[in-house]
Design a protein around this ligand. Structure first.
Ligand code: FEO
Length: 162
């Protein structure tokens, strides 16, 4: 069992995970429009991951006897100024997600809802990975440069993501 309040908070995060998927899908389209198909593939991979995150919230809410309420998914930002800007925006977004997960954990702790707290731990660890991955990409861009050959090399590397 989860409380109504926790149910609402988890539904809200379910929605936000699908918003994240949508955001990355828009980034994939922008990268493809620049001819950076490796980056585009990387963002499509991100999209699938976010949908998987949304599904985890869905399953957990149901397992706990809660109600699934699917709100509308907001239209994400789709205009960017550079390929590097995609990764800067991604890191800013993931930091926001981390704060949301921390907020959910705090709410679960306050209710002594240890099951939800335990469920959320996976997401907290996932956020460490997500942020580290983006910091790594941004460091590579800082070293190699944000245009020209270095961008093409990184496009080739990120396109191998499986
Ligand atoms: Fe669902 Fe990128 O965190």
């Amino acid at each position: 069992m989860i409380s109504k309040k926790m149910n609402d908070l988890l539904n809200d995060q379910l929605n936000f995970e699908f918003y994240s998927a949508y955001l990355y899908l828009g980034m994939a389209a922008y990268a493809a429009s620049l001819g950076l198909n490796g980056f585009s593939g990387w963002f499509k991979f991100q999209t699938k991951e976010e949908m998987g995150h949304g599904a985890k919230f869905y399953e957990y809410i149901q397992r706990q006897g809660g109600d699934i309420v699917l709100g509308s998914v907001a239209s994400p930002k789709q205009k960017f100024t550079s390929a590097a800007g995609l990764f800067e925006a991604s890191l800013a977004h993931e930091r926001k997600v981390t704060q949301r997960i921390v907020g959910l954990m705090a709410a679960a702790k306050k209710e002594a809802d240890y099951s939800t707290e335990s469920f959320l731990l996976w997401f907290l660890n996932e956020q460490v990975e997500e942020e580290a991955q983006l910091v790594d990409i941004l460091q590579k861009l800082a070293i190699g440069g944000k245009t020209g050959n270095s961008l093409l090399i990184l496009d080739g590397i990120l396109g191998q993501r499986k």
